[in-house]
Ligand binder design. Structure first.
Ligand code: NAD
Length: 377
């Protein structure tokens, strides 16, 4: 089977879908690997790094896509490139399937089997394929470093002959994968960390990292079978805002990571809360690109509101693109390996498989994913 790995075209994307060490493993499995020339450059990998492990390098992107049995990439493709794929090709990448109805329609129309990395189910067997988690974890780490650099004070307490410096107070909203890594990173830097999440089960995990959990009684909240938060009612969101307000005013850094799978993130930090913070304080809105947890945050920009820095930088894993690429490559490899027929040397697409049932969106000209199909009515 030919696996094509095209170069990512999104501006500012340095991550690569497959690093050379993982390319080697794909070649060992018996795949014919076709890598677009320059694919690894963002991360410092040359064409030779890939050819050395047995990949073929091509300058003809169009031909490599047209002849692919499998395409591996990070970002969703342009529709024009979906049109170039052959029927029966398996395309694996992020797809944003809740919002990309036209793209999904194109996959369907061309008989391409589209697999969405966002839709890998959260079951034990597929943890190693879970790109949302691997990238979110790195994003949480980067968010804290960005905040630490921007804050005009230091994170740890320091007692010196020149004076005693108090530790920074960091408040993290949303303690999922990104939030927990942000808590751990801020703790390592010596900050005083408090977190809140609507899923009460998280409190124990927050405590185990040495941080405090802000108790807010919102009534019934709960989580889905996949471990995701349920959407709050407008009344609950209001209750949460009120309860957090004083705490935010007293924080040096606020990092928001709150997401509700398949929906717009909730706005949890309003303009008056931002204005209540001290000059020089920092907010990192990790949800800025998908709608924002913070009123006034701008995707990919740092804005200053009343002296408060609001960082809306997107694609935070890109700041540590080497490790992000390694982890994403391992996620992709695990997915391919798990379904690889070692004798026939091909991807065995069993739609009854628990993992594939969750993440295959289109197959043989149909939308086969129940969640996405129901979404389209
Ligand atoms: P996510 O990115 O969808 O959301 C981030 C966090 O925001 C979540 O913890 C969510 O509860 C929280 N949140 C939503 N609304 C909020 C609000 N109004 N206020 C405060 N917080 C709010 O979720 P995620 O981080 O990708 O994963 C959530 C959980 O899923 C993880 O903590 C973990 O327990 C579970 N998980 C399981 C597996 C697995 O079993 N394979 C893999 C990854 C994650």
């Amino acid at each position: 089977m030919q696996i094509t790995i095209p170069k990512e075209t999104h501006s500012g994307e340095d991550r690569v879908p497959i690093v050379p060490a993982v390319a080697k493993k794909l070649v060992h499995m018996g795949a014919k690997l076709m890598v677009e020339s320059g694919m690894g450059l963002g991360c410092g990998y040359s064409d030779e790094d890939y050819s050395r492990v047995g990949a073929e390098i091509t300058g003809d992107r169009q031909a490599a896509l047209a002849s692919a049995d499998i395409v591996l990439r990070i970002r969703k493709p342009d529709i024009t490139e979906v049109n170039q794929l052959k029927s029966g090709c398996i395309h694996i990448s992020y797809l944003d399937p809740f919002n990309e109805s036209e793209l999904i329609a194109a996959f369907k129309q061309h008989g391409v089997t589209a697999i969405s990395m966002e839709m890998i189910p959260r079951i034990t067997r597929s943890q190693k394929m879970d790109a949302l988690s691997s990238q979110a974890s790195l994003a949480g780490y980067v968010a804290v470093l960005l905040a630490a650099l921007r804050l005009p004070s230091i994170f740890p307490m320091m007692m010196t002959p020149a004076g005693t410096l108090k530790p920074a107070k960091v408040f993290i909203i949303g303690a999922g994968v990104a939030g927990l890594q942000a808590i751990a990173t801020a703790k390592r830097l010596g900050a005083k960390v408090t977190a809140f999440d609507t899923r009460p089960v998280v409190a124990e995990q927050v405590h185990s990292l040495g941080a405090k959990f802000l108790e807010i009684d919102l009534g019934e909240t709960g989580q889905t079978a996949d471990g995701y938060a349920k959407e709050l009612t407008p009344e609950q969101v209001q209750m949460q805002r009120e309860a957090q307000k004083k705490f935010i005013a007293d924080s040096d850094v606020v990092i928001t990571t709150a997401q509700v799978f398949g929906r717009k993130p909730p706005v949890l930090v309003t303009k008056d809360m931002v204005e209540g913070m001290q000059h020089g304080s920092v907010i990192v809105d990790m949800a800025a690109e998908t709608g924002g947890n913070v009123e006034g945050s701008v995707p990919n920009e740092t804005v200053i509101v009343n002296g408060v820095n609001i960082i809306g930088q997107a694609n935070l894993p890109n700041e540590v693109c080497r490790d992000a690429s390694l982890m994403y490559s391992n996620n992709l490899f695990s997915l391919v390996e798990d379904n690889w027929d070692t004798e026939q040397k091909h991807f065995n697409l069993d739609l009854n498989d628990d993992v594939l049932t969750g993440c295959v969106i289109t197959h043989k000209g149909e939308i086969v994913n129940t969640t996405i199909k129901n979404l389209k009515g």
